[in-house]
Design a protein around this ligand. Structure first.
Ligand code: PLP
Length: 396
């Protein structure tokens, strides 16, 4: 056996979301793009803020090209990390320090690095279902075991009783994702406090650290008045995995960072492990043009008006038709209860009306579909009759 069977399997079996996305392209070529209602992929549908492009152009025109396109420090440019720390401190007063920030190629890299840094083979990592399917790939690649704790079905918030039953001396980390993909649910401050209490108690009991990994690509996509509470304010042993992919619509540019909480007792060691994991995984010197660009645009977000409009429209129409949906407070996803227990069968039925919804099995929570509403409002308007027909199919 000269190739890694695990990697062969991963490479051959693309994610369900990618498969649907490919089907969508094929179907659009057959019947016209306007007749296919593709709600499969979380690719931002609004452009990056104008300032992003303007900053890139300015850097290209004015900065020494050797510096601009050269390697930065492996952990990221120091001035860039200082600006990120300053911005976070101004907004959340968390005592962020540049020497505890590590620039990455987006949240995916932030997560793989963080997991490699804080776990050893055989450790357990808790995720709350439904969860971003790649968590399984990332956790298992780190040699750890994925432990799934279902959220409460009535509101998809954390289930603390279930969590307490799942934590054991092998537990090393817990991943949270707020606002959540696929439900759009935000973890309120009170629940973060409760989570922090449980983790603190358990790490004392076991005599080793339990790390909280806060996966935050959707932090800025919030449809309520309050900002998402900052996890490091509640729990010291926190690593924040941030990404600019969704907040400023740069998913293809691959840029984000890891913040090691400055309140962590062994922050310097954990940061060293983050640097080591970045090195071992080959995630050093994140793209320099992007580092310099985002550092000038930290106050910016894309224009989210359309996401909010889409969310309101979908929520209103789907509820009117009779569907059961979780009301999303953030991100650009809506989690809809399938009209039969088998979400894959429901997905196939939706396909008959050209509706492409992602069955929830890979999110670790069967019986639902995810609707990514980062699409045009016209697509949603055109899709409503298809949702009506799909509902009618199940009333017969
Ligand atoms: N985490 C979650 C919950 C996501 O939804 C995504 C992307 O959709 C990622 C991580 C990866 O994001 P990035 O593009 O920053 O790697």
């Amino acid at each position: 056996m000269d190739l890694s069977p695990k990697m062969m399997e991963l490479g051959k079996k693309s994610s369900v979301i990618r498969e649907i996305f490919e089907y969508s392209k094929k179907r659009k070529a057959e019947i016209g793009a306007e007749n296919v209602f593709d709600f499969s992929i979380g690719n931002p549908s609004v452009a990056a803020p104008e300032k992003i492009n303007a900053t890139m152009q300015k850097l290209l025109a004015e900065m020494d090209p050797v510096l601009l396109h050269g390697y930065t420090a492996a952990v990221g440019d120091p001035a860039v990390r200082q600006k990120i720390a300053d911005n976070l401190n101004a907004e959340f007063d968390i005592g962020a320090r540049p020497e505890l920030i590590y620039m990455t190629c987006g949240a995916a890299a932030s997560l793989t690095i963080s997991l490699a840094a804080v776990t050893n083979p055989g450790d357990e990592v808790i995720v709350f279902s439904p969860f971003f399917p790649e968590y399984r790939v990332f956790v298992e690649h780190a040699g750890a075991k994925l432990v799934i704790v279902p959220c409460k079905k009535e509101d998809f918030q954390l289930d603390f009783e279930a969590l307490e039953k799942s934590i054991n001396p092998h537990t090393k980390a817990v991943i949270i994702n707020s606002p959540n993909n696929p439900t759009g649910v935000i973890i309120p401050a009170g629940d973060l406090e409760r989570l922090a209490k449980i983790l603190s108690k358990k790490q004392e009991e076991y005599g080793h650290a339990l790390y909280l990994i806060a996966d935050e690509p959707y932090r800025k996509l919030v449809w309520t008045e309050e900002a998402v509470p900052y996890a490091t304010k509640f729990y010291d042993n926190t690593l924040v995995c941030y990404s600019f992919s969704k907040a400023v619509s740069l998913p293809g540019e691959r840029i984000g960072y890891i913040l090691v909480s400055p309140t962590m007792k062994n922050a310097v060691d954990v940061y060293a492990a983050v640097c080591g994991a970045g090195r071992a995984l080959g995630f050093v010197c994140a793209p320099s043009l992007l580092q310099f660009t985002v550092a000038e645009c930290l106050e910016e977000t894309s224009d989210f008006t359309i996401y909010r409009k889409n969310r309101d429209l979908l929520l209103k129409e789907l509820t009117r038709i009779g569907y059961e949906v979780v009301s999303p407070d953030g991100a650009f996803y809506l989690f809809l209860k399938a009209l039969e227990p088998d979400a894959n069968a429901f997905y196939e039925q939706g396909k008959k009306h050209e509706l492409l919804l992602v069955p929830s099995d890979s999110f670790g929570c069967p019986g639902y579909v995810r609707i990514a509403y980062c699409v045009t409002t016209e697509q949603i308007e055109r899709a409503i009759p298809a949702f009506e027909k799909l509902y009618e199919d199940y009333q017969k």
